[in-house]
Design a protein around this ligand. Structure first.
Ligand SMILES: Nc1ncnc2c1ncn2[C@@H]1O[C@H](COP(=O)(O)OP(=O)(O)O)[C@@H](O)[C@H]1O
Ligand SMILES: [Mg+2]
Length: 428
């Protein structure tokens, strides 16, 4: 298998999750595309910027040029509007778009169309055509076409609701659902069979993204709802829907989306890799799913990725309290060490260890061949006198004094272990 997949826009939470899900898959090459510089650049090793906005007339042409230049087989849309745009133009796009058919995407992109489509179903929330029809307040207002909870409002009386509608007359007026909120992640294969549905509670939400979520057993009525949605619309691959409890504790539909959700990472870590299942299904493989049977919770926050303007060919690294953490090995430092090995950088261990260093390395199961050289010196030795200056080098040591000496003697960049973070290349 040798498949090239373009993820666009690659820096959205969705794009980042697709990277996490597919980066280590053998035979898959990921290419991230973006119109604006964002986090995608720090995550996608193959990165193409300068895409026009999807509303631009040139977008499809630009996309097709990239597809032919890079031999792209599939495109994973990673934003609600991009899902719709690419689905609508699939016949003009020279690669397969990994989403559901256009008709499904069109209904899902509009909450109004979604609720109209399911009119009469008991899971549909009440949608008021005008404020005159409202019998109880509060009501919930949200844009017909929206994402990330942008532009939503709660109105506790008619005057408030009017105010919001004057600001934006595209707002839908809905019954207010006060209860808990859940997402159900689903996978439908090419035969239309709903092969997986997993329920998670959205416990904490930030900027419209669930930042704390945990798996819960699939509720029987929600399961029926998943099947009834799957029977009513044509899905292909991953999709999800959101529900919220009304005042009686009944689940009501918020939205349906035929795309990856960032927090599908929860089920991925139980074995259900939605982007991969979607790809395999698209390649006409019969997929099989193993889900590990334990509860899982995810909590998300901003992460740091760095771009360091620094070149080096050799790393001098200390041992005690640098490579070791207490009596054991610091696994994060080993991650950096193995990155150096894969980038063919020279590693020199320089240590004042009080025992036989080779014995200690062996006891800690660190192979001494990792290091090009082991410089074992005594307490009174000065580390800087053992450094060569024939290569661009950096120095990693938890001791401030040692670092200071190296800077003074050689001017090499020096790092405490907390700053190794910036030396890791996370791109895949
Ligand atoms: N009828 C409603 N009553 C109460 N809260 C709602 C209602 N509809 C949506 N919400 C809240 O607004 C958020 C965004 O609504 P949703 O339909 O998921 O649109 P999107 O995620 O596309 O912005 C939901 O996560 C939920 O917290
Ligand atoms: Mg939502």
């Amino acid at each position: 298998m040798d498949k090239k997949i373009l993820v666009f826009p690659c820096g959205s939470e969705i794009g980042l999750e697709i990277n996490n899900a597919l980066k280590f898959v053998k035979g898959v090459t990921l290419i991230g595309g973006s119109s604006v510089d964002d986090h995608g650049k720090y995550v996608y090793k193959n990165y193409i910027d300068g895409f026009p906005n999807i509303e631009d007339d040139q977008f499809i042409n630009f996309l097709n040029e990239i597809i032919s230049e890079r031999n792209i087989d599939y495109i994973f849309p990673a934003h609600d509007s991009v899902v719709l745009k690419l689905a609508q133009h699939q016949d003009k796009i020279a690669a397969e778009v990994l989403t559901s058919p256009k008709e499904t995407c069109e209904i899902c992109r509009s909450k109004k169309k979604t609720y109209e489509y399911f009119e009469g179903k008991d899971f549909n929330p009440t949608m008021y055509n005008s404020l005159d029809d409202v019998d109880t307040y509060p009501v919930f207002l949200k844009p017909d076409v929206g994402q990330g909870s942008k532009g939503v409002a709660l109105a506790s009386n008619q005057a408030e609701a009017l105010q919001h509608l004057q600001r934006d007359n595209d707002l839908l007026v809905l019954e207010y659902l006060p209860g808990k909120e859940y997402t159900i992640d689903c996978f439908t294969d090419r035969h239309g069979q709903l092969r997986f549905s997993g329920m998670r509670e959205r416990r904490r939400v930030k900027s419209g993204i669930s930042v704390n979520s945990h798996t819960i057993p699939l509720d029987a009525t929600v399961k029926k709802m998943a099947h009834s949605i799957n029977d009513a619309m044509v899905f292909r691959g991953m999709w999800f829907f959101q529900v919220k409890e009304d005042q009686h504790g009944h689940f009501k539909l918020l939205e349906i989306a035929p795309r990856i959700a960032g927090t599908m990472n929860l089920f991925r870590n139980q074995g259900v890799n939605f982007p991969l299942l979607t790809l395999f299904d698209r390649m006409n493989f019969e997929v099989d799913i193993i889900q590990n049977n334990y509860k899982l919770e995810v909590d998300r926050a901003f992460t740091n990725r760095f771009k360091v303007d620094l070149e080096y060919d050799r790393v001098y690294i200390d041992f005690d309290d640098t490579i070791t953490l207490g009596e054991k090995v610091n696994p994060y430092v080993m991650m950096f060490i193995y990155q150096c090995l894969s980038q063919d950088k020279e590693l020199i261990l320089i240590t004042k260890h009080i025992h036989d260093i080779k014995e200690t390395l062996k006891a800690l199961k660190i192979d001494e061949s990792i290091f090009n050289e082991i410089i074992h010196i005594t307490k009174t030795d000065m580390k800087h006198t053992y450094f060569s200056t024939d290569k661009k080098s950096i120095f990693i040591d938890d001791s401030y004094n040692e670092r200071k000496q190296i800077v003074q003697a050689h001017g090499f960049p020096v790092f405490d272990i907390d700053a190794i973070e910036s030396l890791i290349d996370w791109r895949n």
